[in-house]
Design a protein around this ligand. Sequence first.
Ligand SMILES: *Cc1c(COP(=O)(O)O)cnc(C)c1O
Length: 371
Amino acid sequence: MKRVSLTPAVFHLPERVNQISETYGKQPIVPRGPALKPILDRLRKKVTEQLQVAETHEAVIFTSSGSGAIAAAVGSCIDDQGILVIANDVYGHRQADFCEQLGIRTIRYTLEPGTKPDIKTIEALLIKHQLGTIGMVHGCTSVCLLNPVREVGKLSRKLNCRLIVDAIASVFVEDIDVREWHIDCLICSTNKGLHSNPDLSFCVVEKSYLEEMAKHPGRIPYFDMGKTWMAQRTGGHPYTINIRALLEFEAALDDYIDRGSLSGRMRMYRDRLRILRNGYQKLGLKSFLKEGMEQQNIGTALFLPAGVDYESLAEDLAHWDNGDKECYEIYSAQGELSGVVFRIFNMGEYPLSTYERFILALESCLKKRRV
Ligand SMILES: *Cc1c(COP(=O)(O)O)cnc(C)c1O
């Protein structure tokens, strides 16, 4: 039985990525100068080229899941004036929580989950509290909606602020114009839209910002952006870095490039979404959506139909056995939306026929549960 992951956490990866661990196990590589430098150089260059910021930004790689890069960013990028964090989903709150735990002066602009932030309010808060940094999330995975980063970027430029964006769920899957949107630090990980394992994260950071950070120690020793950048620009890393994970990162990136880069990836996800969202509509399932917000390409948040309890539905799909050798893992909502919505993601390496079969399975499981 193949357990198809309809979650954004761990899912089937390209064969090219899986092959790395087989060959690497036969000859591991010591993470020092002559072996490490060319790999780091290639990766850091390819990442900024793919995001079309090779002239203005540099990539800094960390050993962690995505949240480590959030910690590195807030621990290193924020001056003593503090930060305004737009918190309209679980990850905006996580960013603000990290800041507060580090003792950073944090103004939290809290909204109902998925509600579009108001630009005038952001401007007023920045001026009132004299803040020079804005933090926000682009792809809000907890509600499957996209935040208006372009609009916030315009304001950020006008007020001469720095803009930090959690793009963990949107990089390599959504349109992001890092330069045009004035993003100073783009927080990314390797396991979501890139389809690699959750061992590495990275930030893509504006160069003069990195120069500033390199002058002072960051607030978290292990996740110090300036120090890590200084080491990586000369082909090193301050601590042990997992070369197998770096090679998987590169294999995933090469695979992404060979399959048409961003436009190829967006086409792949949109073909899946056409099947899935048409299916939801036919089944009478309503998408979670808020005025002025767009849906993410990686998945859909849906209202739980009356009488259906999430746990039972997830259980039925996880034990689905219809002779086609596939069962399905879906995702609950997070935080205050649990019990109200549930989420179905369309990430990873699965054929379109998997999503067609899933809709049939969902139909059958809902029929059984609906009263
Ligand atoms: C998944 C996710 C994270 C957290 O990443 P981890 O790999 O679980 O640490 C942060 N922000 C967003 C928007 C995400 O989707």
